[in-house]
Design a protein around this ligand. Structure first.
Ligand SMILES: Cc1cc2nc3c(=O)[nH]c(=O)nc-3n(C[C@H](O)[C@H](O)[C@H](O)COP(=O)(O)O)c2cc1C
Length: 178
């Protein structure tokens, strides 16, 4: 099927959606720890507590995310840009360098994240050249700091507009804001 846009145009258009940055860690069935930088993270559900992210089906990390497997999502702070770049590399041995990770309990936990969601794979859905991984959140750990932001291929920081009121997205779903 031919589209009215090129893949480059689609990538650039997707990149207009500003996001935070996460590193998702898990352990493959062969015992290899894996870690992938991902900005496809999204919250999904409060009850049950679900989140999702998308992983390239070509990734060597796919076997680590079979239904029932454990994984951890680290929401990176603005100080963790190097970590984001490190886990964006296509290399098997991402845990060989000193990255302050603790092998116990698995999957690897990285220090310094804004928050960490320890999850169990709830479902894996096909999504074109990616798989959509739904995780049930089992444990929530909060840190402190400012978020690492990503937009149009660049890292940066988020700053709230002065005087901008706090909006509760989840309440809005029930009551409406407008
Ligand atoms: C900011 C940023 C966001 C990324 N988001 C994703 C993503 O959501 N899903 C994905 O599969 N790859 C994403 N990548 C690319 C992966 O991090 C990279 O391909 C992966 O770490 C390769 O590791 P692997 O060889 O273990 O698969 C992203 C890269 C960057 C720099």
């Amino acid at each position: 099927m031919s589209n009215a846009f090129t893949q480059r145009q689609l990538r650039d258009a997707f990149g207009e959606f500003a996001t935070g940055v996460t590193v998702v860690t898990a352990v493959r069935p062969d015992g290899e720890p894996v870690g992938v930088t991902a900005n496809s993270f999204s919250s999904v559900s409060l009850e049950p507590p679900l989140l999702l992210w998308c992983l390239a089906s070509s990734s060597s990390s796919v076997p680590a995310f079979a239904p029932g497997a454990s994984f951890s999502v680290h929401v990176l702070s603005h100080e963790q840009r190097e970590l984001a770049l490190h886990f964006a590399r296509r290399t098997a041995e991402k845990f060989e360098v000193d990255l302050h990770w603790r092998a116990n309990p698995h999957p690897p936990h990285l220090d310094g994240a804004l928050c960490r969601f320890d999850c169990r794979v709830h479902a894996v859905h096909p999504g074109g050249d990616h798989v959509v991984i739904l995780g049930e959140v089992l444990v929530l750990t909060r840190g402190a700091g400012h978020p690492l932001a990503f937009h149009a291929g660049r890292f940066g920081q988020f700053s709230a507009d002065r005087g901008s009121p706090k909006v509760d997205v989840w309440d809005g779903a029930n009551d409406g804001w407008f």
